[in-house]
Design a protein around this ligand. Structure first.
Ligand code: UDP
Length: 323
């Protein structure tokens, strides 16, 4: 099986590539290294079954060649991360919508199965607990660029499902909830790498807002396993699947855990969203996935606990800092 992974040098993409190669598959990665990096794929570059292509998924010429060559596409290339979205909203919208348009057009031209990465952001600020795949999306005002990300990924989902319904293209949509683990960078806003790096450097941990907002953090290895099982499940196409953990923790609780695990005495600092993002910001208090559809489809749900994930992230960041 030859898999094309767009965004394969990114956080989730690189773990997926590694997992497929380890099981004897061939992998083509296309990545423009805008948020991904060669560091993420350092362990697999040079592998005889890996081809790396440095390009933007919006380049239709390149995608035409690569999609023709592969058996399945994992479309993970996207602009992600709350900080990046706030800082570069034009890039977010254009990359996410146009990139998916090009990849889907090629997938349809060559009739290739495609798994499209989406996000729990599409539920927006709905207050339902848990979020089920067919729930309404509740997006905030266009004044907040955060919702442009949600909206751009919702368009990707609409387009993917439209190809499924109109052209019978096998399209599977995966909504990742907060997915974490080694190789995730804090540069684009993600909380766990930021907290761990702050603690290890002896800096105060910066909690945005009250710290009472909660998230469920799922392990990247479990997300990869879920995606791979969905990809080979004959009845998966045409639907959306939540992928994530259901274990909830508050952001202040997370900060305490990180401080305890790193032995840091640096402490915590509460800062407003305005200070954090340079403008006002719409955050959601809770975000819990319903994973029953996933469980029924693939007989598996993410289960690695947060302590185990944090141990891996702390070990990786310590090594990076030469500690
Ligand atoms: N957060 C924080 N400090 C940081 C980065 C993030 O308190 O340095 C908060 C953020 O406001 C959100 C939660 O942590 O409530 C998770 O943020 P992340 O960007 O990782 O994911 P999100 O769930 O917002 O997509």
């Amino acid at each position: 099986m030859k898999a094309l992974i767009t965004g394969g040098a990114g956080f989730i993409g690189s773990h997926l590539a590694e997992s497929l190669l380890a099981d004897g598959h061939e992998v083509i990665i296309v990545d423009d290294l805008s948020t991904g990096s060669m560091r993420n794929i350092a362990g697999i570059v040079g592998h005889k079954s890996l081809q790396f292509v440095l390009d933007d998924v919006r380049n239709a010429g390149t995608m035409n060649v690569l999609v023709e060559k592969c058996d399945i596409i994992y479309h993970l290339a996207a602009a992600v991360g709350v900080q990046l979205i706030v800082d570069e909203p034009v890039r977010t919208i254009e990359t996410n919508i146009h990139g998916t348009e090009v990849v889907l057009e090629m997938a349809n031209k060559y009739r290739k199965k495609i798994v499209i990465a989406s996000t729990s952001e599409v539920y927006g600020k709905s207050e339902r607990v848990p979020f089920c795949e067919d729930d309404d999306t509740v997006l905030g005002s266009t004044r907040f660029s955060r919702w442009s990300y949600a909206c751009s990924k919702a368009i990707d989902e609409f387009l993917g499902l439209a190809y499924y319904h109109q052209y019978d293209l096998p399209v599977i949509i995966v909504r990742f909830f907060n997915t974490v683990g080694p190789r995730q960078t804090g540069q684009y806003g993600m909380v766990i790498p930021r907290f761990v790096e702050q603690a290890l450097k002896g800096h105060k941990i910066t909690i945005y807002g009250t710290g009472k907002q909660c998230r469920c953090f799922g392990f990247v290895g479990d997300a990869v396993e879920s995606v791979r099982r969905l990809a080979v499940s004959p009845t998966a196409p045409g639907r959306v699947y939540n992928v994530g953990s259901t274990n909830e923790i508050s952001i202040e609780g997370l900060a305490d855990k990180v401080l305890a695990m790193t032995g840091s005495k640096a402490g915590k600092e509460f800062i407003s969203y305005e200070q954090a993002y340079g403008r006002d910001f719409d955050d959601m208090m809770r975000r819990v996935p319903c994973v029953e559809r996933l469980r029924n489809q693939i007989n598996y749900v993410p289960e690695t606990d947060l302590d185990e994930i944090l141990r891996l992230v702390v070990a990786e960041k310590k090594e990076g800092l030469g500690k």
